[in-house]
Design a protein around this ligand. Sequence first.
Ligand code: PLP
Length: 397
Amino acid sequence: MHISERALAIQESAIRKLDAAVGKAAGVHFHRMNIGQPDVPTPRPILDALAAEDGPVLAYGPASGLPECRDAAAAFHSRTSAGLTREHVVVTQGGSEALLFAMVALCDPGDEILVPEPYYTNYNGFATFAGAKVVPVPTSLDQGFAIPGDDVLDALVTPRTRIFLFANPGNPTGAVYGAEQLRRVAAWARRRGIWLVADEVYRAIWFDAPPLSALNLEGHEDHVIVVDSTSKTFSACGLRVGFLVSRNLQLMERFERLGQARLGPQPRGQRAAIAALQLPEAYYAEVRHVYKSRVDAMMDALALLPGVAFHRPAGAFYTMARLPVDDTERFARWLVEEFRDTSSGRAESVVVAPGPGFYADPRKGRDEIRLAAVREESQLRRAVELLGRGITAYNAQ
Ligand SMILES: Cc1ncc(COP(=O)(O)O)c(C=O)c1O
């Protein structure tokens, strides 16, 4: 029977790739640094709202989301970007569906999406859903993953280019783009007639200075779309509530239509999202403190490993590190299948995400891995220590 080219083209998630091998290794304690699933407890008001009585019928909700949830998201974004109201917000099933909606609404089959590389792997999957193609914009660890100059961007544009998509703060890089860089790229995109899609799902997790939301790019209101999510900010990845925010009302109407085609996101989740969006400012300070301590612990431990290069994250909770090994795909699998450290009295190993999964061309990133600081500090230090021992043992084979 026929299976579509699109379904066949969807890649296995680079982040989940090693899961089967981990599942087979009985009796080993794995330090999981490969997945961005934090262990931070979800705030109590969110859990309480989820548990609240919903009435006798679990009814459909509106296609663009509950009005009160859209209001809460608009009020939340208005704290940093003035003048947003309900009509500028559509609720989605996580940031993932928001990205998918953006690509479907802005791309016809065969269209192209520019994305600074390395990038969040699932952008490939969303683009495949939309029949579009990711075109990587090269960035490098040595340059702090900065977006290259207009001349480089110009060379990548074709008549099919529709979107410049970027995550700020970045996954997998932890890079935060400064205001000047964002303004330059926005001006470039405007000149070229290209939409700017800013994936801001990590916007609350920054360490030095808050990233500028693309909603604040003056003069660019009509070609900017922001993707937001409750997953990381509120440690609520399983809630599956995200948002599309744009001041372009014509586009918002198209998102409403897409929403109608799949019926509204679950109302119960949205009520929990309202509770999340109403948390006090002190909550965000605490989130930043937690991740800063973790990222610092991870980076300080990495700095002790000979031959390892990295860029210190300014936001989110990941880093791309360059390792002195021949092939990080092989190395990551070897860690899971072969490497066991028994110095603590139990068998321990570490799971990392190999670099090639974050590049369009899998021959790239072969000396890089992504690490996620989603455990508390002592566990991260231990995980990085094991990584160092793993590198030594792997290279001694
Ligand atoms: C950069 C980026 N965008 C979007 C998502 C999707 O998030 P959500 O859980 O809201 O679908 C993730 C999840 O890890 C991510 O890292």
